[in-house]
Write a protein that binds this ligand. Structure first.
Ligand code: ZN
Length: 463
């Protein structure tokens, strides 16, 4: 256990004793009562279920220990834990737009809506605007494109998450103080009105090159865009950063804190957006790297908390689970060997990108996944993947992905003991972790629409 985690475990115990003496569920801000939190962080691990947390912890533990166990991520040591349901208005299994809207506004809506009612007639106000009205500075950070569904739910009101350009216009109109991470997806939908140019015209300082984030001009409205972006204007996967470069989510979060710090307070939402993407791809090694990266971003807020414990509230949660991830699978029985995931050298996504012109043979699984002792069964899986049209279970085995590369990936997952039940989201409830001012509000079992209500209650805002 690291000293950092030990420190938080200690704080957690003290905080629990302290908070248990207060009736925090009826907290109201009065002259004699505790002040509302000034610095509020909301971290959203997109697609992160409890299994994602525990797989990462078991993986980290397995790297140094022979006996089974878990090395806690820092946010899994926070004093308060809760559990949240995630369903949409029109479907039990939600998506990021409806779930983002639930977490940002407190309202259920239909799949695909961003901050609007199921029938599209009503706009729901994000808590980020409520904070802005109260004089807080606002920061929105995501590892995927900044006009993607989850970040969009905090500043936009659109009938569909697919209206990237209109969502980008809403971002510019928001007048929020800091946007960081991914760039604009489809910035040029209207040729003469590039979203970056419009944002600049609206007063945003836009940084798209690698800079020292410490040199940002504090006080100005800033967009800090990762210098390396994928086809959806998203940041590269953490597992690929050594090859592709760019900032980590923690770098962007740290820069955001510096940019937002002021006496009136700030609200900051940080999304680890590619936990979801790697989970859709059933790419376990990439998931644990994304999770570790997300945790390092949370640690930036926890460092800040240590300096402002009474004024800070940090919440870490998820919008939904993706992949139906399990620790254990049918082919492995009771055996797991998560340390094996360390052999994977790049994400499935990158392997697809760099192998586009290559012939697919078993050397790929050695190069990318470090496996050179294939069993007859594994060889037969690879042989079938070379003729996927002969596979009656095509969708179950390959989803929408490259059959051969996906089979290589699957062999490593099966050997390590990771299971996936599907290529999409599930309705599994998701964890909530909290520390700081009003932390007790986040204990227990509730719905995702309760999360913004709890934040507003903590801050004394009307809902
Ligand atoms: Zn998803």
């Amino acid at each position: 256990m690291t000293n950092f985690i030990k420190l938080f475990s200690g704080i957690g115990i003290v905080s629990l004793i302290f908070m248990s003496c207060q009736d925090t569920n009826t907290k109201k801000i009065t002259e004699n009562d505790t002040q509302a939190p000034k610095y509020v962080f909301l971290f959203i691990g997109d697609g992160m279920g409890i299994s994602h947390v525990k797989l990462t912890e078991a993986y980290l533990h397995s790297l140094t220990q022979d006996k089974p166990g878990f090395e806690a991520l820092s946010f899994d040591t926070l004093p308060i834990t809760g559990i949240s349901t995630t369903h949409a208005n029109n479907r039990l299994i939600t998506g990021s737009a409806a779930a983002g809207t639930a977490i940002s506004t407190g309202y259920k809506t239909n799949i695909g809506r961003i901050g609007k009612s199921p029938d599209k007639t009503e706009k729901y106000e994000s808590i980020a605007y409520k904070f802005q009205d109260q004089g807080y500075k606002i920061g929105i950070v995501s590892s995927v494109s900044i006009n993607h569904a989850t970040p969009a739910a905090f500043y936009a009101n659109q009938d569909s998450r697919k209206y990237y350009y209109s969502i980008g216009l809403d971002l510019i109109d928001s007048d929020f103080d800091f946007f960081g991470g991914g760039g604009f997806h489809k910035a040029d939908s209207l040729a003469d009105k590039n979203l970056y140019a419009l944002a600049e015209k609206a007063g945003y300082q836009i940084y798209r090159e690698t800079i020292n984030p410490d040199t940002l001009n504090v006080g100005e409205k800033v967009m800090l865009v990762n210098p390396i972006l994928g086809s959806d204007a998203e940041m590269p996967y953490a597992i690929d950063r050594a090859h592709e470069g760019g900032y980590s989510l923690a770098d962007i979060t740290k820069a955001g804190i510096q940019q937002l710090m002021n006496d009136q307070g700030f609200f900051m939402m940080v999304e680890g957006g590619k936990i979801d993407w790697a989970s859709h791809e059933n790419d376990a090694a990439t998931i644990v790297h994304e999770m570790t990266d997300f945790d390092l971003a949370v640690q930036q807020a926890l460092n800040f908390y240590l300096e402002h414990p009474d004024e800070c509230l940090i919440i870490v949660t998820s919008d939904h689970e993706t992949g139906g991830l399990s620790l254990g699978n049918a082919s492995g029985g009771y055996d797991t060997d998560f340390a094996m995931l360390k052999k994977q050298r790049m994400s499935y996504y990158r392997s697809r990108k760099i192998s586009i012109d290559k012939s697919f043979d078993k050397s790929m699984i050695e190069d990318i996944y470090g496996i050179d002792d294939l069993s007859d069964w594994e060889l037969s899986m690879l042989a079938l993947a070379k003729h996927p049209q002969d596979n009656p279970d095509y969708h179950m085995d390959y989803g929408a992905y490259h059959p051969y590369l996906k089979t290589c990936n699957k062999i490593l997952n099966l050997r390590s003991g990771v299971g996936f039940t599907n290529w999409d989201h599930t309705a599994e409830p998701v964890p909530v972790y909290a520390i700081g001012n009003s932390q007790m509000l986040f204990s227990g079992s509730y719905d995702n629409t309760d999360i913004p209500k709890k934040i507003m209650e903590a801050c004394g805002f009307d809902y």
